[in-house]
Design a protein around this ligand. Structure first.
Ligand code: ADP
Ligand code: ZN
Length: 520
């Protein structure tokens, strides 16, 4: 069958979307492809249709073992001959799928990546006919990425062992650097790249200061999303439980999902979320990969995601049906402190911690953005964009102030301390110096003798902390090493010596807000 016919007869769709047709034609003709398409863009058809058109079985490598059964069932419902091999099966089930493959009775075979590493599986594949390899969630091969899976490294051998089989790698998140790494590690240098727009115009991005997150969330649900299905992400299992409980007590139907629940409960909650209307899933990021629920109306984050990639992927689960949806994130300074600490305490070498830090910094920059969130997000993925008119900063431009002089004060203090070669100082010492505080540590290092001592009395301690945080977020300052030493960046020099301006978001006055609520 030709690809158009497969699309219509098997999948029941009238036409391909976006780049699908081109990708399908390219792969059917035997070409390699690297496909970047946002969640919901329709990546599956890009390998499913060619698998049916080409002779042999399409071998799909996917890390989503828990979803294989569902995926295969859905395909079988369409009359596609599909099977899977992973560690959850009984030996006789596995033997049956293997026999089907060898007899040429499978159109699609889903494989867990660790299976492919075994010589046994390789020999099995050698004895059958392979139409193509599809590598789903291909960003998992990137050590730079946010979701690295060591099993994926074994996929670099596919090309050596089966040089004539076309390969298509697919992902919904990859910066240009990650894309290059995927191409290199999977030996896809000659692959054609298909990069769809990452814009999800129906998603409204909003990032708010966090003060009482659960109450803020409830307010959002009551005022804008009553009765809607949605996902609430929390960092810890404990906060998942507490938040789900809180919502339930307040009349919102909510279910918890995290890796600490037994698999039966998780499966039950997941299937209820997919099948019933208007449920809220409160989850850790263990939930959501591969979930195809079109009418998720909001995704809320109660804690800061660890990377922009993660944020994009998680928020991307909203509004797959194209209808207006909300991506809402509450973020506070405590998130930054906590996550930096987690990175410092994490195992792994310095380079690894630096990577995590760089991911976090990019996420912070998005939170602190004074311009359109969407522009910032798309630029991060290497795509130009215009202000969208449908994000919080477009709709309510944040009040900004000219932070250039404050930035110069912080940076010149750091430059002066840098000259004391052996000493390393963090934000606390810098702020004490600016405020002219004669602390023991200030006296000990003669920092009260510096020209910058006491030049920053126009702001208070929390004002300066905000300045430091925003400088970090804008890449005009960096943190280094064991003692969180503040160090300058190339951008710092532009501020100090080349007249670069530093707009800053005005911090909401916490004290003023508390007073206002009391009198109200
Ligand atoms: P992704 O894997 O990129 O997140 P999917 O492959 O799961 O996306 O597709 C998302 C949804 O869009 C699915 O419900 C799918 O059936 C639907 N879809 C994909 N391609 C088409 C098409 N050409 N016409 C209509 N619906 C499509
Ligand atoms: Zn915008």
């Amino acid at each position: 069958m030709a690809s158009q016919e497969v699309l219509r007869r098997v999948f029941g769709y009238d036409s391909f979307r976006g780049d699908q047709q081109e990708i399908v034609d390219h792969v059917v003709a035997g070409g390699d492809a690297l496909v970047l398409m946002p969640t919901g863009g329709g990546k599956s058809l890009c390998y499913q249709v060619p698998s049916l058109v080409r002779e042999g079985t399409g071998v799909v490598v996917s890390p989503l073992i828990a979803l294989m059964q569902d995926q295969v069932d859905a395909l079988r419902d369409l009359g596609v001959r599909a099977g899977f091999l992973n560690s959850t099966q009984f030996p006789d089930e596995r033997a049956m799928v293997e026999a089907e493959f060898l007899a040429g009775e499978l159109d699609l075979l889903y494989l867990a990546p660790e299976r492919l590493r075994t010589e046994q599986t390789a020999r099995l594949l050698d004895r059958g006919k392979i139409a193509l390899f599809a590598i789903d969630e291909a960003h998992c091969v990137s050590q730079w990425g946010h979701d690295f899976r060591p099993e994926y490294l074994a996929l670099s051998h596919l090309h050596e062992r089966w040089p004539d089989v076309p390969r298509v790698a697919l992902t919904a998140t990859a910066t240009e650097a990650t894309r290059a790494e995927i191409a290199e590690r999977l030996k896809l240098q000659d692959a054609r790249h298909f990069v769809a727009s990452f814009d999800r115009p129906n998603i409204q991005y909003r990032i708010v200061p966090k003060n009482e997150p659960k109450k803020q969330l409830l307010e959002l649900l009551r005022t804008e999303h009553a009765g809607d299905a949605g996902i609430v992400y929390c960092l810890s299992r404990n906060s998942v439980e507490k938040t789900a409980e809180f919502l339930t007590q307040n009349g919102v139907q909510a279910l918890p999902y995290h890796a600490g629940l037994d698999s039966e409960t998780r499966a039950r909650n997941q299937s209820r979320f997919l099948r019933e209307d208007g449920l809220v899933m409160v989850a850790t990021i263990a939930f959501g990969m591969g979930i195809d629920k079109p009418d998720v109306r909001f995704v809320a984050h109660l804690d800061l995601p660890k990377s922009v990639e993660g944020y994009y992927q998680e928020t991307g689960r909203a509004g797959r049906d194209g209808l207006p949806s909300t991506a809402w994130l509450a973020y506070g300074l405590q998130d930054v402190v906590q996550q930096r600490k987690m990175i410092d305490d994490s195992e792994g070498d310095l380079a690894h911690r630096r990577r995590l830090m760089a991911h976090l910094d990019a996420m912070l920059a998005l939170c602190e953005a004074v311009e359109c969130r969407r522009v910032q997000l798309l630029n991060y993925f290497g795509q130009p964009a215009e202000p969208c008119g449908n994000c919080d900063t477009c709709l309510n431009p944040p009040e900004t102030w000219d932070g250039t002089i404050a930035a110069q004060k912080v940076l010149s203090t750091i430059v002066r301390l840098r000259n004391e070669r052996r000493q390393k100082f963090g934000a606390g010492q810098i702020i004490d110096i600016l405020l002219g505080r004669k602390t023991a540590k200030v006296i000990q290092h003669d920092h009260d003798q510096l020209k910058v001592f006491g030049i920053g009395t126009e702001l208070n301690e929390s004002g300066w902390r905000g300045v430091v945080r925003q400088l970090l977020a804008q890449g005009l300052l960096a943190v280094e090493g064991e003692y969180s030493t503040l160090v300058t960046t190339p951008g710092s020099d532009e501020v100090l010596f080349q007249g670069r301006q530093v707009p800053m978001r005005r911090e909401p006055e916490r004290a003023a807000r508390v007073r206002a609520t009391r009198t109200a």
